[in-house]
Design a protein around this ligand. Structure first.
Ligand code: PEP
Ligand code: MN
Length: 263
């Protein structure tokens, strides 16, 4: 379907229902050129359905790049106009929801550091009241299914009909091959307790490094996940956040070709 501003809701709808659903883009929007070039190169792979980028970055510790803020939203809009890819950004406050919707962001996502905080989730949910926009909800950073379910309930009670789950692994301390332990059983249990809600895997934040992304992505597909969200960057090693886990759009394209998708 040709994407225009007028039919973007329909395009987003079609993408939302596509299986597998593949979302990609940089951890953070850094410059307009970077966002546009990433989007164009992702679209060229022919394997990506939606563009992601962090505009407001909730960093664990101060002093890291905290996102370009609202000025990055028109960059996403422009990337959408050029490629036809629906766009998604993370929102953590009511104001961010308003700003994102004002600039025509098609899908919103709630990040792992927000899902842990019922006050924040409620604030986001309140800002979504009366709005028709799909929302993806990442698991909380700690392995607590009730918090994840609570976030789904708060967003659903605000009237949001289209909700998806993103499994990004759980924070663990000390040496591990993963940045965030996958704890696959928790995601599977979440899916069992929320039948009918799509479950997407985020190998980037589980792995924290690019060399094992494919293994984790393949495992998710073997476990019948509905899709993948994987970070990509035009110059991964120079990325302003999460440099070690990002891959170029072309490497992502090869990775997606290497996956054996279920029939
Ligand atoms: C992200 O998607 O870039 C991000 C901040 O993820 P998470 O909330 O899973 O840490
Ligand atoms: Mn990231």
């Amino acid at each position: 379907m040709q994407a225009t501003e007028a039919n973007m809701k329909e395009v987003t709808q079609a993408v939302w229902n596509k299986r597998p659903l593949v979302i990609s883009g940089p951890c953070s929007a850094e410059t307009e050129e970077q966002v546009i070039e990433t989007a164009v190169r992702l679209q060229k792979t022919g394997k990506v359905d939606m563009l992601r980028a962090g505009i407001w970055k909730p960093r664990t510790r101060p002093g890291s790049f905290e996102g370009v803020g609202t000025k990055g939203l028109p960059w996403m809009q422009k990337a959408k106009q050029l490629t036809g890819l629906p766009v998604t950004v993370e929102v953590a406050t009511g104001k961010q929801v308003e700003d994102a919707l004002h600039f025509g962001i098609d899908v919103l996502w709630i990040g792992a550091r927000t899902t842990v905080n019922p006050f924040s989730v409620q604030e986001v949910a309140d800002a979504l009241r009366g709005v028709d926009v799909p929302v993806l909800i990442k698991n909380p950073i700690n392995p607590d299914l009730e918090l994840w379910i609570g976030a789904v309930e708060r967003v659903a009670k605000a009237g949001i009909k289209q909700i998806g789950l993103i499994h990004r692994g759980f924070s663990s301390y000390g040496n591990s091959e993963y940045r965030n332990a996958p704890m696959w059983h928790l995601a599977i249990e979440m899916k069992r307790r929320n039948p009918g809600i799509m479950l997407i895997n985020d190998p980037s934040h589980i792995c924290g490094r690019r060399d094992i992304l494919l293994d984790v992505a393949q495992k998710a597909i073997d476990l019948d996940y509905d899709g993948l969200i994987i970070e990509s960057h035009i110059t991964p090693d120079q990325a302003w956040s999460d440099a070690k886990q990002q891959v170029t759009p072309e490497v992502l394209g090869e990775m997606l070709s290497a996956i054996s998708w279920r029939k």
